[in-house]
Design a protein around this ligand. Sequence first.
Ligand code: G
Ligand code: G
Ligand code: MN
Ligand code: NA
Length: 252
Amino acid sequence: RKPEHRLTRLLKDGRIDLAYQPIVRLADRSWVGCEVLARWPEDDTPTLRPDEFVPLAERLGVVQRLTDLVVERSLRELGSFLHRRPEFYIALNLAAEDLTAPRILPILREGARTHDLQPAQLRVEATERSFITPQAAIEVIRRLREAGHMVALDDFGTGYSSLGLLQEVTLDALKIDRMFVMTIDSPESDRGVISHIIDMAHSLSLATVAEGIETEVQCDYLQGRGVEYGQGYLFSRPLSADDLIHKFELAE
Ligand code: G
Ligand code: G
Ligand code: MN
Ligand code: NA
């Protein structure tokens, strides 16, 4: 069957799996939160990767349904853990559609209320590409922050409107894309871009989260440059909810 039919069916049945990748404080590698990552269910073969089915959901106009499922399922799996750990947050990826109208606000408000969470425990990540209707997106982000949620700009540096955008919208954090983190292992001369991205984040007083950290060299460089948080295989792969909770509690 065609991918679009299979995806429509899964979303209808609410069958999207989730993986959680820890986000660590680089200074001590403690887990401060995790990113929620949608996964095609393993028993529905052949599986599609998220970079295949998320854009497909967007094309089909059903990505808000995906977002709803991801919010609902992540809170079902981690809600009571989050309630017990008010310092720990989850970071949800939003699609462009989610930023065109305020409907994400009641969804997060209701989720926080049901599980008795602090709004700051529910973060969102928006990519530069998701600002398709910039004024609407800026307004949704303003209201998310007003409600106490944190907002991170994902894939920072890979878009084309970074600077203009950053002047118009107030954010909490920038996620430095893996593509720049990869350059850290190459010669000094290739580190110019990541160095500027870090400078820019600091000049805007935003927290920085570096993605895709795989080596100690990358980690050392980022820490030396004042990047506070990171995510990547060096610390942990994306985990199931049970593994995340178990490993978090073991590390305490
Ligand atoms: O999980 P990683 O494996 O490969 O994710 C691939 C891409 O899919 C990333 O850009 C990530 O932001 C995106 N993605 C993963 N889960 C979700 C989700 O729940 N919603 C949206 N909109 N994007 C997601
Ligand atoms: O939202 P976003 O585009 O940033 O999604 C993060 C993606 O990067 C996920 O697909 C995740 O599985 C992947 N990823 C996370 N850490 C690493 C890493 O250290 N190395 C590589 N190659 N991919 C990673
Ligand atoms: Mn992300
Ligand atoms: Na990213």
